[in-house]
Design a protein around this ligand. Structure first.
Ligand code: SF4
Length: 163
């Protein structure tokens, strides 16, 4: 089961370059980031993100062209099932923000954008050129992984992507 926090769902421009993104905060985070921005997301909080809940989110956020999982939870099979649902029903890009250093091949194959790396305060978020985090544009079923992190570096610290 994947859970999300409905009150934190939002449409954003700054998380994925060139995309109007529906960003959904996923709980049960496996990360251990020092300086975690939302420690409660490590807990079993929120509501189940079912295919029906996804459909309702799309219905109330018309016009988005990307669905972003802000976190991956602890149930990779459920996450992949949700990704397949979105892929088969909506013409949008799929994005995953993981706090891990690496994700499995099945996740690379399922998503168009993957962010890797824990948040480290001394390195900063994606828009800091010293960041340890990386955002990849994925093509070819996971075979092509283009590091597009530098796309964030022309921006100021305001509007920074979340850790
Ligand atoms: S990935 Fe996000 S929610 Fe999870 S520990 Fe890191 S900062 Fe906190």
């Amino acid at each position: 089961m994947i859970k999300y926090v409905p009150r934190m769902t939002s449409v954003v421009l700054e998380e994925i370059p060139d995309r109007l993104t529906l960003a959904v905060e996923i709980s049960n985070c496996r990360g251990t980031c020092i300086g975690c921005h939302s420690p409660f997301l490590r807990e079993d909080v929120g509501e189940e993100l079912t295919p029906e809940a996804v459909d309702a989110l799309f219905a109330s956020n018309f016009g988005v062209d990307c669905f972003l999982f802000l976190g991956e939870g602890k149930d990779p099979q459920a996450l992949l099932a949700l990704a397949r649902h979105i892929r088969s029903h909506y013409d949008v890009a799929l994005a995953l923000y993981s706090g891990r250093e690496q994700v499995e091949d099945a996740l690379w194959a399922a998503f168009d954008y993957v962010k890797l790396g824990p948040y480290r305060p001394e390195c900063g978020p994606l828009n800091n050129p010293a960041t340890n985090q990386r955002l990849y544009r994925v093509r070819g079923g996971g075979a092509e992984r283009e590091d597009i992190t530098a796309r964030f570096w022309h921006r100021g610290l305001e509007g920074a992507p979340k850790a």
